[in-house]
Design a protein around this ligand. Structure first.
Ligand code: GH3
Ligand code: MG
Ligand code: MG
Length: 335
């Protein structure tokens, strides 16, 4: 995982206020703190600048011509509310909007209603004028630190999620990802009324390979086979996964039996051509694969397990007919 590094550029603060004196004061104080400051004179300009600059903090006056601070704050929330439902649940429960750029309202309005309204439209914090500069500095520092920390956590979380879907040895998708993807594509193919194909590949006499060359050589062999599979499953929607042990699976959406059988034969040939010596094999001098191909037109009364069972049965046939070959078993999947 990448180490968390501090940003090189100083954080940007967007000051939105119609009062030139206040803008200049805030600029002076914030620049002294090491921040970059950008100014806007009303809500509309503020939104434009926000979209362009993606600042780390917005300081927002409440009363301004053209578009006031409450309306502007509302729009800002809509601009940043592009999170998934899952993120929303997390934010709502634990993070209280920490994923959004913090908005600090600085205003002379100090009545209950205005304060409540500001928080209701998404303000992160509220400071009244006349501004207590020492308090402002601390609040700004805290808000920016929290926002940056959240961003780092988000990056780390994304990286963890990516790693949680990969097989550690071979780098292809793991079984968990395979199950998820097959399920997703199953539903997608129902909607599109398209065929879904699956290839199960099993290395022939792999136990003997391990016994002959050792477990580490076995691991290296698995990696090379996985690379060959990745090479053959060319489309971005194809998924290669380690199904378990020395078995791999290839999910081929929008693919007929004929198409999938071609891919299976190509995989078989590419692995043969790797010429990984296997002297204990009874079918070849080299490491070979047996492959089972299945294709279905997903529907509401069938399920992904049926596709897996069909591919497994086909793989069994390929083994029974002598290994180093592919066998397909399909519903009417066209050609
Ligand atoms: P067949 O031709 O019928 O497929 O026989 P096989 O020997 O390939 O099948 P079997 O299921 O008997 O053995 C699979 C072997 O795969 C046994 C196991 O030690 C090995 N294996 C499973 N996972 C790994 C792994 O991560 N690394 C290594 N090196 N070997 C593994
Ligand atoms: Mg096996
Ligand atoms: Mg095997």
């Amino acid at each position: 995982m990448k180490a968390v590094s501090l940003p090189e550029e100083p954080p940007i603060i967007l000051v939105v206020d119609d009062d030139q004196f206040i803008r200049q004061l805030l600029r002076r104080v914030m620049e002294k703190e090491g921040y970059q400051v950008v100014e806007a004179t009303n809500g509309e300009q503020g939104l434009e600048a926000y979209k362009r600059l993606k600042p780390h903090l917005v300081m927002l006056d409440a009363l301004m011509p053209v578009m006031d601070g409450f309306t502007c704050c509302n729009h800002l929330q809509m601009l940043t509310d592009d999170n998934s439902v899952e993120d929303e649940v997390l934010n709502g429960r634990f993070l209280h909007g920490a994923s959004r750029t913090p908005v600090l309202m600085i205003t002379s309005l100090d009545d209950y209603e205005s304060v409540d309204r500001a928080f209701a439209v998404g303000a992160t914090d509220y400071i009244t004028k006349p501004i207590h500069l020492a308090v402002l500095r601390q609040r700004v520092r805290r808000l920016i630190q929290q926002f940056q920390l959240y961003k780092h956590l988000e990056q780390a979380n994304q990286e963890l999620q990516r790693l949680a879907t990969l097989d550690g040895l071979t780098g292809v998708a793991n079984r968990r990802r395979f199950d998820q993807y097959l399920d997703n594509e199953w539903w997608r193919m129902i909607r599109e009324e398209s065929p879904l194909s699956l290839i199960l590949c099993d290395i022939d006499f792999f136990k003997k390979y391990n016994d002959t060359y050792g477990h580490q050589a076995g691991d290296a062999c698995l990696r090379r086979v996985a690379d060959a599979l990745r090479f053959c499953a060319k489309r971005s929607i194809d998924l290669v996964a380690r199904y378990g042990g020395e078995e791999f699976a290839v999910i081929l959406p929008n693919t007929t039996t004929v198409g999938a059988s071609q891919v299976a034969e190509e995989i078989r040939e590419v692995v043969n051509n790797l010429e990984i010596t296997h002297r204990a094999s009874s079918v070849s001098k080299y490491v070979t694969l047996s492959l089972g191909v299945a294709c279905m037109h997903p529907s509401l009364d069938t399920s992904p397990t049926m596709l897996i069972a069909a591919a497994d049965e086909a793989l069994y046939q390929a083994k029974a007919y002598g290994r180093n070959q592919s066998f397909s078993k399909s519903e009417k999947c066209g050609s």
